[in-house]
Design a protein around this ligand. Structure first.
Ligand code: NAD
Ligand code: 2VS
Length: 486
């Protein structure tokens, strides 16, 4: 039986308590292995190792050598690409075609992305007058923040974990990662890569476990954790914010969304359909940036609904390794129940179902898996729960609009504010509308097009803070001012 162990101070270990939980393959609910559940003693050991490593060989590395080491980690992930790919697909059920283009390459790239920024970033400097006329010089100096807790979700496990670990380490911090209980595999494998590359023990630590009353909560409450970076649900973000308030630790929160797409009549319809197909259905709809609300200008509403429905009918559901498959199962049976409860609710709330709404017949063992149908609705009120709440499944509701302002108002009428997509061939309108939307990221005529130097994060209840490029530097370093009297 495969065991997923903690990685603490450069070595794999089980839990003192002997407690484990199951890791299952969502394709057919078969058992993949047992995950060790970390408790206080594992969290204490990991945080102590991370703290000690700050002043060990890691802390003494020059910036150039540190960045070179992280480039080596990226290269090693690419050398072991197939192992990471298989592990990610087993944990999540996502198609190989998707994970091989997004999850694993980005997992590697995240260890390189901050290098150029760090080398080229200037710190501020101010000359000042003093009463005695000699003057003084102020200059900024950045130090690593210290021990960073990284709490990551299950939808893009390697990508979202390394998106934080790469920049945290690039800035000279050490990390303790608590990956999602649903997807322990690739984070565990990364420990081997760290050792192979000669990253000193204690720099990268992993403790598995659950959230409340388990490793997640113990990690965020640990007083020697200097900063917490989190991706996951908004309610979990609130719990983490409460934990971080004790001792005033810094937080970076990337949380949920109910992202709109606005499709204007002057869009390039082929592009809008292709983009919305990806934004609504990629990764079985389990992308925080994904579109669950589509607003379409009335003259093209019927055509858009019918073309999106036809395109979604062509989605090929299947196991990760099957050729041509572009949709897998949801991550777990528990999540399947949640998504299906919204499929039922949508009908109760009066939706017209254009496609899906249920469970597909996959056949054989696969019928034990977490499969749901891609689903398209129209006809719901903007106040319905289906339109208001994050579902995180392969589904969207399409609503017509008549004026630009009406579309903006409906798009903004949500507690969330992560991302939006605007589809129009009129540049001025694209700029105007993107500026009006209360979101952290607005894409025009595209979706999930990522330049890793740009700000990434959410407005309103979708998060606090920004990461990416200089913004990661802000979060993962402590900027101090040094004032020198002449
Ligand atoms: N904004 C973004 O960048 C982004 C990206 C991906 C996913 N998400 C969001 O993540 C959610 C899906 O992921 P999920 O279900 O894994 O999220 P989740 O909040 O349930 O879990 C995320 C992580 O937090 C841990 N956790 C749970 N309770 C905790 C607690 N009290 N203290 C400490 N840790 C705790 C979990 O064990 C897991 O590792 C969706 O809401 C999605 O929108 C956001
Ligand atoms: O599911 C959410 C996707 C988030 C993507 C990123 O954090 C990224 O591209 O860096």
């Amino acid at each position: 039986m495969t065991e997923f162990k903690h990685f603490i101070n450069g070595a794999y270990c089980g839990s003192e308590s002997g407690k484990t939980f199951e890791n299952r393959n969502p394709v057919d609910n078969s058992l993949l292995g047992l995950v060790h559940e970390g408790g206080k003693s594992e969290i204490n050991a990991a945080v102590a190792a991370a703290k000690a490593a700050l002043t060990g060989p890691w802390g003494k590395l020059t910036q150039a050598n540190r960045l070179a080491l992280l480039h080596k980690v990226a290269d090693r992930i690419n050398e072991r690409f197939e192992e990471f790919l298989v592990a990610e697909c087993l944990d999540t059920g996502k198609p190989r075609s998707l994970a091989s283009h997004i999850d694993i390459p980005r997992g590697a790239a995240n260890f390189k992305t901050l290098s150029d920024t760090l080398i080229n970033e200037a710190t501020e400097s101010f000359n000042m007058d003093t009463p005695d006329g000699t003057g003084a010089l102020n200059f900024g100096f950045r130090k690593p923040k210290g021990v960073i807790a990284v709490i990551s979700p299950w939808n893009l496990p390697l990508l979202l974990m390394t998106w934080k670990v790469g920049p945290a380490l690039a800035c000279g911090n050490t990390v303790v990662v608590k990956p999602s209980e649903e997807t322990p595999a690739t984070t565990t494998l990364l420990g081997e890569v760290m050792n192979e590359c000669g990253v000193p023990p204690g720099v990268f630590n992993v403790v598995h476990g659950l959230g409340p009353n388990s490793a997640g909560e113990y990690l965020t409450q640990h007083p020697d954790v200097d900063g917490i970076t989190f991706t996951g649900e908004t309610r979990t973000g609130e719990a983490i914010m409460r934990a971080a308030s004790v001792g005033l630790r810094n937080i970076s929160l990337e949380c949920g969304g109910k992202n709109p797409a606005i499709v204007f009549a002057d869009c390039d319809m082929d592009k809008a359909i292709e983009g919305t197909m990806r934004s609504a259905f990629a990764n079985c709809g389990q992308v925080c940036l994904g579109t669950e609300r589509v607003y379409v200008e009335r003259p093209i509403f019927d055509e858009f609904v019918s073309r999106l429905t036809d395109a979604a009918k062509e989605l090929k559901l299947g196991v990760p390794e099957e050729d041509g498959v572009n949709m897998g199962p949801l991550v777990s049976l528990e999540h399947k129940d949640k998504v299906l409860s919204y499929y039922k609710l949508a009908v109760e709330e009066g939706a017209k179902v254009h496609l899906g709404g249920g469970v597909p017949k996959m056949g054989g063992e696969l019928d034990q898996g977490a499969w749901v149908e891609p689903t398209i609705w129209t006809g719901l009120s903007e106040n319905s729960r289906t339109v208001k709440e994050e579902i995180f499944g392969p589904c969207c509701h399409i609503q017509p609009f008549d004026t630009e302002q009406e579309a903006i108002d409906m798009a903004n009428a949500t507690v969330y504010g992560l991302a939006a997509a605007v589809w129009t061939e009129t540049t001025a309108k694209a700029i105007r509308v993107s500026q009006e939307l209360d979101v952290g990221i607005a894409w025009v005529n595209s979706w999930f097009l990522r330049d890793l130097r740009t700000a990434f994060g959410g407005a309103k209840q979708s998060g606090i803070g920004r990461e990416g490029g200089n913004h990661s530097l802000e979060f993962y370093t402590e900027l101090k001012n040094i004032c020198i009297k002449m």
